[in-house]
Design a protein around this ligand. Structure first.
Ligand SMILES: Cc1cc2nc3c(=O)[nH]c(=O)nc-3n(C[C@H](O)[C@H](O)[C@H](O)COP(=O)(O)OP(=O)(O)OC[C@H]3O[C@@H](n4cnc5c(N)ncnc54)[C@H](O)[C@@H]3O)c2cc1C
Length: 410
């Protein structure tokens, strides 16, 4: 910023999380001058040798095949792979109540893997390494945006320490509690899932065999996501867990000692990975479904969790955010090729039209699953067990579900 503490760009992306940083990277060939702003300092590049073999980021994401393709095109995937990540080739989902179960296998779908588990910090560092050298991009951090003035020619963002940043277009990627969305008074439809998600890393007695597990318990789903301690990890003894539970149960689980928590986990996953030998520090997040009624207002456009946040049970949230970024980047490029201004309503509404329906569809699917498995009435329990096993036997439906979850049919 110059000495008057005023700066001007064509595009400002607020939020350098996984989605905002991807957006910046996708605009790498744009002639626009772009700023990526975050209230937290960017940490560049994972030093593979410094990754502790037994210490993982508690936040991981299951990335779909399409997301992998996006990052391969951006030259980011090679860095992720050489740091560490774990492909999963099978997935078993079953119901704690009865005999209902469904299994997916990459081999059945003629794919190498169903998806890849990546620590969020590994993904972000690989992205930052890529964008650090991007000529059309200024990284502004730590800078917190406090307020916004939207007029007919430009948007001006005011930072916490009194600086002004103006631009033609603001892309809000500032997460589920988006300040930009709030400042623009974009309404949301939201409701509480009445679930807390507990996340941590565990070491198991038996190898995970690159298999993701999910058991639906009446208090909420429990997922085990396989991790690799190093790029060619043969031991396969680490998993990230996401245990979603009603608040009372989550509170009980958080209050347990590590060894009590591990025994509870061993029981709750029905001993499929032998004893849970060890767990790292536990973190608990409230889960809330949120969807912005509009993704666009004047010169501001929402992407990622700023536009939508959903239950992590099918690991779709950030994958949807990456698709928002890809579609917005394409629409901006197309708009400029046909001579339109950056914040032209036609350009931005094309983005909204393409993404809103797809995101809503996935959100309703997750909502349906969550309610189906929260339901205690006997006929519904019986039907869902029958349904799961039925679907497991009908490969056309199963393939459709799997392809949707892998992002192949978006
Ligand atoms: C327990 C759990 C498990 C999950 N598992 C998966 C999974 O397996 N697969 C999947 O696809 N998704 C998963 N998700 C969802 C996924 O984590 C989110 O969709 C994703 O993190 C959203 O990324 P984002 O970049 O949009 O927002 P965020 O990660 O929230 O980033 C927002 C950024 O904006 C910055 N910011 C905020 N306000 C300001 C401001 N005023 N000024 C400047 N900067 C600001 C923040 O510092 C932050 O860096 C999971 C979510 C949870 C809770």
């Amino acid at each position: 910023m110059n000495s008057k503490n005023e700066s001007n760009f064509d595009i400002v992306i607020v939020g350098g999380g996984m989605v905002g940083a991807s957006m910046a990277c996708l605009l790498r060939e744009s002639p626009c001058r772009i700023a990526l702003v975050d209230r937290v300092k960017f940490k560049q590049g994972v030093d593979q040798n410094k990754l502790d073999r037994e210490k993982f980021d508690p936040r991981v994401s299951a990335l779909t095949a399409v997301t992998k393709e996006i990052f391969s095109d951006l030259n980011v995937w090679a860095d992720i792979e050489s740091a560490r990540c774990c492909n999963y080739v099978d997935m078993h989902v079953w119901d704690a109540d009865g005999t209902g179960s469904i299994s997916f296998s990459a081999a059945e779908l003629n794919q190498h893997e169903l998806g890849t588990i990546v620590e969020n910090s590994v993904l972000s560092s690989a992205l930052y390494k890529q964008i650090a050298e991007q000529e059309n991009l200024s990284l502004l951090a730590p800078v917190s945006i406090d307020s916004l003035e939207n007029d007919s020619d430009e948007v001006t963002l005011l930072t916490e320490d009194g600086n002004r940043i103006s631009s033609q277009l603001v892309i809000a990627a500032d997460g589920a509690n988006s300040k930009i969305r709030e400042l623009c008074q974009i309404p949301t439809r939201e409701w509480d899932y009445n679930h807390q998600a507990i996340v941590t890393t565990v070491r198991t007695e038996l190898p995970h065999q690159q298999t993701a597990l999910q058991r639906f318990i009446d208090t909420g789903p429990l997922a085990f996501l396989p991790l690799a301690a190093e790029p060619d990890d043969q031991s396969q003894k680490y998993c990230s867990i996401v245990w979603s539970a009603v608040p009372e149960r989550a509170e009980q689980l958080m209050a347990l000692s590590d060894s009590e928590f591990c025994s509870e986990l061993t029981k709750s996953i029905e001993g499929r990975l032998g004893e849970i030998e060890n767990c790292d520090k536990r973190y608990s997040f409230p889960l809330r479904q949120r969807h912005a009624l509009d993704y666009v207002k004047d010169r501001v456009v929402l992407i990622g969790d700023a536009a939508h946040s959903i239950h992590p049970l099918a690991g779709q949230g950030v994958n949807l955010g990456f698709l928002d970024a890809v579609v917005l980047a394409k629409e901006l490029k197309h708009g400029s090729e046909v001579g339109r201004q950056l914040a032209d309503p036609t350009v931005l509404s094309r983005y909204q039209r393409k993404r809103k329906g797809h995101n809503l569809g996935m959100m309703w699917l997750m909502e349906g699953f969550k309610h189906l498995f929260a339901e205690q009435a006997l006929p519904i329990r019986w039907l869902r067990n029958l349904g799961m096993s039925g679907v497991d036997n009908v490969s056309a439906i199963k393939n459709h579900l799997a392809r949707r979850a892998m992002g192949l049919d978006w």
